[in-house]
Write a protein of this length. Structure first.
Length: 466
């Protein structure tokens, strides 16, 4: 690879995404969403050996244990200072964009396509919570290892040789890390299977796919059923056509910045892409990219399609498939235009570069327009949590270890947020904190409390000790 090619790759993998991501530095001032104290508590409270063991026992009931690599160091050094958390997410998104660029280039065999497809992975206005809400760190980490695992697999198979034991171990390790980040990663074995069937054909090797499939089956058995997240309504799938249709309409409207999709149009788009994909396999020089990406965009949403009201930042693994498909379509159109008599005498490379620049500009312009519509909501994330933390700091107490504390009222009457924030702020897992809004105690039990804290007129008041 000469220096020009290296420079082009650096620009596409790092510089262009950095410009887009860097335009959202206002996320550094956005505070923790109401879910994040619970997320931090879930990896801070258990002994570290339990969190470590959960990485190996990926089928256990421990919820997304790999988030420990994000939350624990940051909480140790930054506490409730939100800026380092946001800065870390921006860096991770940039690294993910670079990993994805390499993946897209390997799959599409085109720098042009990879460059255009990487921008929506770096930042997409419909997925803005990846930048503005730390609660979606699970999706970012899942994307990191999902892209890395697939890239590693594709590069290992480029020579045509089957994976060695060491390569298989690395691939499975990356896959398990993706699963430990978020269950959305369960689609990876299907994507790898599609790669083997469509790109390798008669030389396909199915051993790694079968092993990854077995890992997936073990995870599904451990993570579903009685005593798991699926006991709660928010994580209980409803397998109906109505849910499937409603979800896919919402996904495509979000991804394409429109409100024009109906289920009929979704099916029509899928049908056209499937037809093109099959037709491209039957030409003298078969092109497997179209059908492979069709599998990607149809399969990757399935883990959340039947759950209620999923979408937005949860589409982080889905968007890359549509981004590559859109880039493939754009490149085909620009190439066809470059052959038109109108452009006779103009070097084709110049036309292709101008076409790429136009596509990059169009995406950036539309993304900024969409951003402006939702920026107020993005910047308002975490205001209630910030006020809660500040109010708890105002009372200026540090309960002794093992103290019993009763909150008579709190700013989050329908949630346990005050419990998590108070425990983390005082950094003592031995405290016994009760929220009266969640578990009502009688007068005698309340009287035995070491601390009684009320919330009146948006301020905490220590009732005991006086």
């Amino acid at each position: 690879m000469n220096w020009v090619s290296r420079l082009k790759d650096v620009l596409s993998a790092w510089f262009f995404p950095a410009l887009l991501i860097g335009s959202h530095l206002n996320s550094l001032s956005v505070y923790f969403s109401s879910d994040e104290p619970m997320n931090i508590y879930n990896v801070w409270n258990p002994p570290l050996w339990k969190v470590g063991l959960a990485q190996l026992m990926f089928w256990s009931n421990f919820i997304r244990p790999l988030s420990v690599i994000y939350y624990l160091p940051l909480f140790h050094f930054a506490g409730f200072n939100q800026a380092p958390y946001a800065a870390t997410r921006l860096v991770l998104l940039l690294v993910n964009a670079a990993i994805f660029f390499s993946l897209a280039k390997s799959l599409s065999r085109s720098w042009w396509i990879a460059t255009l497809a990487t921008l929506p992975v770096a930042y997409h206005a419909g997925l803005s919570y990846l930048v503005y809400s730390g609660a979606f760190i699970y999706d970012i980490l899942c994307g990191s290892f999902y892209f890395a695992a697939l890239l590693y697999y594709v590069r290992a198979r480029e020579s045509g040789a089957p994976l060695r034991i060491s390569q298989l171990s690395v691939f499975l390790g990356l896959y398990i890390c993706a699963l430990n980040s978020k269950e959305m990663a369960v689609t990876l074995p299907v994507i790898v299977l599609a790669y083997e069937l469509l790109f390798k054909g008669r030389n396909a090797k199915f051993g790694p796919v079968l092993i990854a499939g077995a890992v997936t089956a073990i995870l599904i058995l451990g993570k579903t059923g009685h005593g798991t997240l699926t006991d709660t309504e928010a994580y209980r799938p409803v397998f109906t056509w109505a849910r499937y249709a409603e979800s896919n309409i919402r996904y495509l409207n979000s991804i394409f910045y429109t409100n024009g999709f109906t289920m009929e149009r979704v099916l029509l788009l899928w049908g056209v892409l499937l037809y093109v994909g099959i037709r491209q396999l039957r030409i003298p020089r078969p092109d497997p990219r179209w059908l492979f990406l069709w599998v990607w965009v149809v399969v990757t949403p399935l883990p959340i399609t039947f759950l209620p009201l999923r979408g937005g930042a949860m589409l982080y693994v889905v968007v890359p498939g549509w981004a590559m498909l859109a880039a493939l379509v754009c490149r085909s159109l620009v190439r066809r235009m470059s052959r038109d008599v109108v452009f006779t005498g103009i070097p084709r490379k110049a036309i292709m570069l101008l076409g790429l620049a136009g596509c990059l500009f169009a995406y950036t312009h539309e993304t900024r327009r969409k951003d402006r519509l939702g920026m107020e909501a993005d910047l308002s994330i975490g205001r209630d949590t910030r006020e809660l933390v500040n109010e708890l700091r105002e009372i200026n107490i540090q309960p002794a270890a093992g103290s019993h504390i009763q909150f008579l009222n709190d700013p989050f009457p329908q949630a346990w947020t005050t419990f998590f924030v108070a425990t983390l702020l005082w950094k003592d897992p031995t405290l016994h904190i009760n929220l009266q809004n969640q578990v009502r105690l009688g007068p005698e039990e309340t009287a035995r409390m070491d601390y009684i804290i009320d919330f009146v007129d948006n301020h905490f008041i220590v009732r005991k000790p006086l």
